[in-house]
Design a protein around this ligand. Sequence first.
Ligand code: TPP
Ligand code: SF4
Length: 287
Amino acid sequence: MMNIHQPVYLEDKLEEVESSGKLAYRSQTLPTWCPGCGYFSIVEGVSKAMTDLGLNQKDTVCVSGIGCASRFPFFMNTFGFHSLHGRALPVATGIKVANDDLTVIVVGGDGDAFAIGGAHIPHAARRNIDITYILFDNGVYGLTKGQTSPTSIVGFKTTTTPYLNVDQPLNPLMMLLSYGASWVAQAYAGEPHHLTEMIEAAVAHRGFSYLHVLSPCVTFDKTSMTYKNLGMTVRPLPGDHDTSDFAAAMAAAQNTDLPQLGVYFAKERPTLADGLNEIAARAEATV
Ligand SMILES: Cc1ncc(C[n+]2csc(CCOP(=O)(O)OP(=O)(O)O)c2C)c(N)n1
Ligand code: SF4
């Protein structure tokens, strides 16, 4: 039986982290997030996934909008683009169209994505641009100090809703599925090993992969998406979930009270680059 009282020495942990190779993907800039923020698991997961996939730093670009989540590119030793609020996807599209060999990872918060940036998502998804979009969902605007976001729950008390939020939250998983995203999954910052697995699978997918990460904002949410509440409600997708079954994915995505973790839907189909290459070939044939 494991001795739960066995001490963990800092030197051992440091050696373990240094020998893992994942620090090579982290920049010298330490995250400025609040201690306990779920985002630490995501930066850790991306570094580990990049190590496991053997990605080259110089061939990888992290793109973000504005928000706590969008500070992400500063903390990575890759190319990065900290763009405008809500505009990460158009920037990432340009990068990928200019150089299809790059691995492009887009990150952002629920406000950045589904409020100001909401109109970009359907088009990136339907075009099947070969990028990974990691959505850091904490159900609140963190950077601007705790206003409601499009994923805040009804009844949430915030600085903008002192008499409680009355707006229905969006359902991002159902939205992304209906937009035609070719890979859709959900993970939780409190389950870092599963999160890393999901990041690896998302980056490995050829096409638009959307990873929704439930991630507590420990500073501006003490009642809703907390580690305590999420820890009690999240669960894996059923073992027999068929990732090729769109209707099953939509049905599972409706279960927001008991969020299910794992790959909801995965499908291979031509990417934007495939389509552009076809156009180039057709154009060449006509001259
Ligand atoms: C055009 C524009 N409008 C508004 C803002 C203010 N602003 C900055 S971040 C943000 C929302 C951040 O929330 P979210 O995207 O959920 O990320 P989080 O900070 O929670 O990670 C807002 C409204 C801005 N920077 N630019
Ligand atoms: S304000 Fe919230 S989202 Fe922003 S760093 Fe702090 S805990 Fe994380």
